[in-house]
Design a protein around this ligand. Structure first.
Ligand SMILES: C[S@@+](CC[C@H](N)C(=O)[O-])C[C@H]1O[C@@H](n2cnc3c(N)ncnc32)[C@H](O)[C@@H]1O
Length: 358
């Protein structure tokens, strides 16, 4: 896929000249211009910058990314305001935490190339980039017999493929899915709000607001441990408690061995006392490394919020210190527990703080 689009860079925009698609494209250009007016947009897989140019006319700023330098070179030559448009090579599956939070997101003709099994992980990573109430839009192709390249095969997980020819005579097999409306809704279920799907003759449009606190994946597991998501607890501003996810830690035979919490926020409570991750293993289940396995199991979900988190521990809690060190977290410092904090009232006087890079 990556090589194919690098090789296709110079001939890519021919796709936008197909006469029968002009009516829909006019509608889409207008829709994109209106939807992203005055927003700070992160564009994924921008290719040769066809949509970047349209975005840049009305958006406050555009941060356009693609994995291929070959297409980015063409995109950079587009007549866009350099003061508000940035092009950057990024892998859509492994986006960094950007210094700014975007208020809009666009990925045009990208969804169809994402293997179905990777969609939700990809979306979780993408959504880290957005400010609350951001608007995310995907646009892509409908399958139209006579206009679309025929599907050449379907694989075991249900992804479909096309055989595409380039001007140099080379043939490439490219993964290209044509989702139904219910597949689109299912893909963003629990991850998005205000979901809308619009069908034109040649294109579909999916728009939504990413959920700030998405539903965790159901398959968080590692070694002998499986996490069962129990509830999401909203913040408690009076007690300075941040929102958190609560999971039970189940072991191979289904027994409940304890719990693990994941807190979201950077308050004093998190930074100094509780950390982002808190766990407890019930007495009969101790000594098997279940806390360590639970941390490893929760890691993919935590990564959809943070690149690194704080874990704290009382200096005399040797079992927990052992877990944190085996996790590979690095020691930061030891800090005093503030006298007003509930942990102080519980007898805790200092915390060792660690940084766990995910
Ligand atoms: C169908 S083109 C879409 C280009 C552009 N969005 C448009 O609508 O004209 C798909 C793009 O995905 C890019 N791409 C492929 N794999 C990628 C990845 N892992 N991360 C980011 N971009 C990728 C390709 O280089 C190509 O430019």
């Amino acid at each position: 896929m990556v090589r194919y689009y690098a090789d296709r860079a110079k001939e890519y925009e021919r796709i936008y000249h197909k006469p029968e698609r002009q009516h829909d494209l006019l509608w889409l250009r207008d829709f994109i211009g209106r939807t992203f007016a005055d927003t700070d947009v992160l564009e994924l897989a921008c290719g040769t910058g066809y949509w970047t140019e349209i975005l840049a006319r009305s958006a406050a700023s555009v941060f356009a990314t693609d994995i291929n330098e070959e297409v980015l070179a063409i995109a950079r030559s587009k007549p866009v305001d350099p003061g508000k448009t940035t092009f950057r090579r990024e892998n859509a599956y492994d986006l960094p935490i950007f210094p700014q939070r975007f208020t809009g997101g666009l990925a045009a003709f990208w969804w169809s190339h994402v293997p179905k099994a990777r969609l939700r992980d990809f979306l979780r990573g993408f959504h880290r980039a957005f400010a609350p109430a951001a608007c995310v839009v995907f646009i892509d192709n409908c399958y139209v017999a006579g206009s679309s390249t025929p599907v050449s095969r379907t694989d075991e997980p249900g992804d479909t493929y096309q055989l595409r020819r380039l001007d140099d005579g080379s043939t490439h097999e490219v993964l290209k899915n044509f989702p139904t409306e219910s597949e689109l809704h299912a893909a963003v279920e629990g991850l998005a709000e205000d979901v809308r799907v619009e069908w034109l003759q040649y294109f579909w449009i999916l728009s939504y607001v990413p959920k700030r606190f998405p539903t965790p994946p159901e398959d968080l597991s590692f070694g002998e441990v499986r996490l069962q998501f129990v509830r999401f607890v909203p913040n408690d501003p009076i007690r300075d408690f941040v929102p958190y996810y609560h999971f039970r830690i189940l072991v191979s035979d289904g027994s409940d061995a304890g719990h693990i919490n994941f807190r979201i926020g950077e308050t004093e409570h998190v930074r100094v006392c509780a950390g982002h991750i808190g766990y407890e293993i019930l007495e009969p289940f101790r000594g098997h490394g279940y806390a360590l396995q639970a941390c490893r199991a929760i890691a993919p979900f935590v990564r959809s919020f943070y690149d690194a988190v704080t874990i704290t521990c009382d200096p005399d809690n040797y079992a927990s210190l052992h877990t944190i060190e085996r996790l590979g977290a690095s020691f930061t410092d030891e800090v005093s527990v503030p006298p007003h904090h509930p942990h102080f009232q519980g007898g805790s006087r200092s915390k060792r703080r660690y940084r766990w890079t995910l």
